[in-house]
Design a protein around this ligand. Structure first.
Ligand code: CA
Length: 227
């Protein structure tokens, strides 16, 4: 699965240039032309990176940063014509990861994007998680799963849930934390989503999904991945 980038930009021409270039380089991309739309898409689509214009028609870019940072560590690169150092400092203090001033060179922006994605996943030693029986292999860098050597297709949400669990093997992850990480901040109470998706992962990856070994339910609390 290719990384997904959320482009937040109200200038249609710049947005189009960004979307075309991202897609040409194999990224999936979503576009938001307003701050509200950006917050909604960030929560719904869980992009791997956000490119954020600060001057939006409805919200201040800083409010978008605050809104996303309230629940997510997704890398945010601010792309703005406001070159003054105070808006840069403000954006970085609020949790943006990098700042590119318009007009920008596409190659430089894409290099910064790759760097931000690398920093977000800095742990190559843990990039592959394998179950102790060698049956299930989860490649977090390539976003690929196989069972007994056969690739398994997961939906985007199944993958996100598996990734959240596989990055924390043996740790009990609370339901609210999982729901917020996978579905978004407003889904913290939707335990039924978890039940449905955990059972989908079990049926795709467990030997016997009625006696799960890898995806353990901790009653009333959450789930634990025990590879
Ligand atoms: Ca703008």
């Amino acid at each position: 699965m290719s990384p997904t980038v959320l482009v937040v930009e109200d200038d249609a021409q710049i947005a189009r240039a960004l979307l075309v270039n991202l897609k040409a380089r194999g990224y999936a991309a979503h576009h938001a032309a307003t701050g509200q739309q950006a917050l909604r898409l960030a929560a719904e689509e869980h992009p791997d990176l956000v490119l954020l214009d600060l001057g939006l028609p409805d919200l201040e870019g800083r409010d978008v940063i605050d809104g996303i940072r309230g629940w997510s560590r997704v890398p945010i690169i601010v792309v703005s014509a406001r070159g003054e150092s105070h808006s840069k400092v403000d954006a970085l203090d609020r949790g943006a990861d990098d700042f590119v001033t318009k007009p920008f060179a596409m190659d430089e922006l894409l290099a910064r994007l790759r760097a931000a994605l690398r920093r977000a996943h800095p742990d190559p030693g843990r990039a592959v998680v394998e179950t102790s029986d060698g049956r299930v292999r989860i490649d977090l860098a390539d976003r690929a799963v196989s069972v007994a050597g056969e690739p398994v297709r997961l939906t985007r949400l199944e993958w996100r849930l598996l990734e959240a669990l596989a990055r924390n093997p043996h740790r009990l992850i609370g339901r609210t934390e999982l729901l917020t990480t996978v579905w978004g901040p407003q889904y913290g109470e939707e335990s039924n989503y978890l039940r449905v998706y955990i059972s989908q992962l079990r049926s795709k990856l467990e030997v016997d999904s009625s006696h799960p070994r890898y995806f353990r339910t901790e009653l009333g609390m959450g789930y634990r991945f025990t590879p």
